[in-house]
Ligand binder design. Structure first.
Ligand SMILES: [Fe+2]
Ligand SMILES: [Fe+2]
Length: 164
């Protein structure tokens, strides 16, 4: 059976993603990863694709192999698939976090707040079920952890995430 066809089956036809973006995602993710990616909202998908493109540029500048980072970029926000944050939730969370100096974290029993703060860890747990390699899990889990400053790949992922 044509593997590409199976992939296409799981790919929701979405007019806002360009054919070249779709091809890019399909050629960098395996079938399980693609199914997960597909559960992201359209704006999250586009965000992850933009982060991945950005990562390629950064790797070129630093002479690094981009393969794992591309995958990490495409999957870094996968922890958001079960509880989606819309643009209003997100704006609210960013403002509340800034004003409260992180105090908001205490309300992590509220699901949307939990996803906002902990989607890296949630993403790690989701990907672990698919036997993804530890390094990928690590990058996804820590993609917004600014306290780790000696990991070049994580640094690139964080940088590209925050500017897309
Ligand atoms: Fe994130
Ligand atoms: Fe992100």
């Amino acid at each position: 059976m044509n593997f590409y066809r199976i992939k296409q089956f799981y790919w929701a036809i979405n007019s806002t993603l360009t054919p070249s973006s779709i091809h890019f995602v399909e050629s960098n993710l395996n079938l399980n990863e693609l199914k997960l990616f597909n559960k992201l909202s359209i704006s999250e998908k586009q965000h992850c694709i933009n982060v991945a493109y950005d990562v390629i540029g950064e790797c070129k500048l630093k002479n690094l192999k981009p393969d794992l980072l591309i995958k990490a970029a495409l999957l870094h926000d996968i922890g958001k698939i079960y509880k989606k944050l819309n643009i209003i939730d997100k704006s609210f969370m960013v403002i509340a976090d800034n004003l409260s100096n992180g105090y908001f974290k205490k309300f992590s029993n509220i699901e949307k707040i939990n996803v906002y703060y902990n989607h890296g860890k949630i993403g790690r747990d989701i990907l672990k079920r698919y036997n993804e390699e530890e390094r990928l899990l690590y990058l996804v889990e820590n993609h917004s952890n600014f306290s780790i400053d000696d990991d070049i790949e994580l640094y690139i992922l964080r940088k590209c995430d925050s500017r897309n």
